[in-house]
Design a protein around this ligand. Sequence first.
Ligand SMILES: [Mg+2]
Length: 281
Amino acid sequence: MFKNNPVLTAIMQLIIITDMDGCFLDHDTYNYEDSVEAFNKAVKQGAIISFCTSKNLDEIEAYNKKLGVNFPFIAENGSVIYIPKDFFGFEFEFQKETEDYKIIELNVKHDETIKMLHKIRKELSFEFIIFSEMASEEINEDCGLSIEAAKLAKNKQYADVVKIVDETPEKVEQFRQAVEKENFSSARGIRYHTITKGSNKGKAAKVLLDLYKRKYNKIVSIGLGDSPNDVSMLKEVDSPYLVAKPDGSHTDTGNLTVEKVGGIGPKGWSKAVNELLDNSQ
Ligand SMILES: [Mg+2]
């Protein structure tokens, strides 16, 4: 997009908004060994990389610490934006403040999410499992997170994710309808269905991108995802990229045109970001 245009790139701040699981991180191992080089290169060249993920505060902080970055990020599927204090240097609306962050809340609190899920559990004729109610050992078995990582992952403050037992398209549809009747929405990740109320990755990405625009005036935004729940976020960026799923295929993005990268998860991530950086020089 900004190929061979050094003047343009010199005045534009590059913002990368990226999903984590199955995208920046490997679907099975949750490692970033295939994407960390491109990540570091992008940061070194001045890019801002904001995670936009189903992961929660504790999980993202653990990755940020290992990666040595402290950028604003979107957690729990668009439920909340954590902005390191003093990052923007101007006043903006936020709902909560901690020692480290100004927090923009876009979803209801976790107890309300759980209350709704317990209600529809009684109404539906099939079983579903709520992630935050699983034992760490079960999570470890189900999705491969280590026991330690599973403990962090359970600590949700807004959204939750659900696994439908013996899932069929009919069950998914009934589940979706039951959730929507309660004014919540469900979106498909690769492993689980995410449950939010009033927000999604796209809405949160828009709020964050507007703040970046205020700070930098001119930005160019790149989005990277792998699954249906990333589509709303990919719609908000200038250049959306989709990395391949573990079977090599790409998620259907409906009428949204995206750049389909030929590389699974972090390998695709790395390819997309490297090309982007090469073309912007
Ligand atoms: Mg993903």
